[in-house]
Design a protein around this ligand. Structure first.
Ligand SMILES: *Cc1c(COP(=O)(O)O)cnc(C)c1O
Length: 426
């Protein structure tokens, strides 16, 4: 073996996986089992007391899921990861470790519509209060910090318009405030942006999107960067205080730079229960093997489609950070030099009605609420994903009435352009 560190594409295929020790199976098997036999009573007791690592019950961990966790941790440059049932489950499990009732977290206003809903409504019933900031105005994050702030949450490439967030600038604010920066890296995937390299402390993903990549399996993951000191100021008791459910151990003291991933597993996943099916882990692992190939094609196609739309008379504007004229192009060059992603929006001169009409005329694009599929997708956010927002909030989050969102797939770009041309022209 050479002592070269493996590159990204090699990690995408191999990280975390070995031939199965009993059967020699080369693909990671689906360990479709709920539970695992203990060696003896002492072994069982040490697993339950967190003195030994090993499999107990699939709600807490599973060997197929473990390969997925190791692979995504390697691709993101983190110390450890935890796979869960969905992207939304990842967000709940992360914040449960950080917030007590009455605490606050600051979130960028440009987010996936489901996250805006989750933060505004569901989290309120846990006593977790979201405070919104504008990712284009770093000062708005600074001004939002209070003694009750426990975290900052942003998307690296933000829904729905594909805008690029200045991760390093916001990480400086988080560091000054003494709180972790959480980055939702779903739209970028680690192939385009590795937030930990830019100061993120925690990365979350909806694996449902580009990582799985085929529109067939839900999943989520949490990556621990291992960078945050959880003992500061007694602000994070889940990590720094003795845990009664584990004989009084302190997770940070015991697990050091992967204590956050452990907390998510043994306090979050174990007790809240959103476990990922090993079958889904297998599907997503298979998807990740081709992530670098797919992501490059997604980006190249998206750029071609954005250029076509920018020159079309029916389009009022195109928001794609990969276009040199775009206001996020400088940030795209810095953070995502391989491509600015494949999800973006454009607006139509004909407004709301033109948006609804376009969606109904497209044939190759599927009209549905998802992104990051091999297939090209279209949606009109104002009447669907962002319909719960009032008009001003729609515009602020990049989902005004005239806006159409595309998620560009890996088909031939000429076919995608031809489909848009017939739908816009007819
Ligand atoms: C889809 C998505 C989520 C939620 O993930 P689910 O797997 O659907 O729960 C969160 N963030 C972003 C950016 C997403 O696109």
């Amino acid at each position: 073996m050479s002592d070269r560190l493996p590159g990204f594409s090699t990690l995408a295929v191999h990280a975390g996986a070995q031939p199965d020790p009993t059967t020699g199976a080369r693909a990671t098997p689906i360990y479709q089992t709920t539970s695992f036999v203990f060696n003896d009573a002492d072994h069982a007791a040490s697993l339950f007391g967190l003195q030994a690592f090993g499999n107990i019950y699939t709600r807490i961990g599973n060997p197929t899921n473990a390969v997925l966790e190791e692979r995504v941790a390697a691709l993101e440059g983190g110390t450890a990861a935890l796979a869960v049932a969905s992207g939304h489950a990842a967000q709940v499990v992360v914040l449960q470790q950080l917030l007590q009732p009455g605490d606050e977290f600051i979130a960028a206003r440009k987010l996936y519509g489901g996250s805006i809903n989750q933060f505004t409504h569901a989290f309120k019933s846990f006593g977790w209060n979201v405070v919104w900031a504008d990712p284009d105005d770093i000062g708005s994050f600074e001004r939002a910090v209070t003694p009750r702030t426990k975290a900052i949450f942003i998307e690296s490439i933000a829904n729905p318009a594909g805008s690029i967030t200045d991760i390093e600038a916001i990480s400086t604010v988080a560091r000054k405030a003494g709180v972790p920066l959480i980055v939702d890296n779903t739209l970028a995937s680690p192939y385009l942006i590795r937030p930990i390299d830019h100061g993120a402390d925690i990365v979350v993903h909806s694996l449902t999107k580009f990582l799985g990549g085929h529109g067939n399996s839900l999943g989520g993951i949490i990556v621990d960067a291992g960078t945050f000191d959880w003992s500061i100021g007694g602000k994070y008791p889940m990590l720094s205080e003795p845990r009664p459910e584990y004989h009084g151990i302190r997770l940070q003291e015991t697990f050091g730079n992967f204590a956050f991933a452990i907390a998510c597993r043994v306090l979050g996943l174990r007790d809240l229960g959103p476990a990922l099916s090993p079958f889904n882990a297998f599907m997503i692992l298979t998807g990740i093997e081709t992530l670098p190939l797919r992501m490059q094609k997604h980006c190249d196609n998206a750029k071609a489609v954005a250029e076509f739309l920018a020159g079309h008379p029916a389009a009022a504007s195109v928001s794609y950070a990969g276009l040199p004229s775009d206001k996020y192009n400088q940030l795209a060059r810095k953070y995502a030099p391989r491509g600015a992603g494949a999800v973006f929006t454009f607006s139509l001169k004909g407004g709301y009605d033109a948006g609804v009409s376009l969606v109904s005329k497209l044939q190759l694009f599927s009209h549905l609420a998802n992104v990051g599929d091999t297939r090209s997708l279209v949606i009109h956010p104002a009447s669907t994903t962002h319909s719960q927002l009032d008009d001003a909030a729609k515009v602020k989050s990049g989902a005004g009435p005239d806006v159409v969102r595309l998620s560009i797939g890996i088909e031939d770009k000429e076919d995608l352009i031809a489909d848009l041309e017939q739908a816009l022209g007819a």
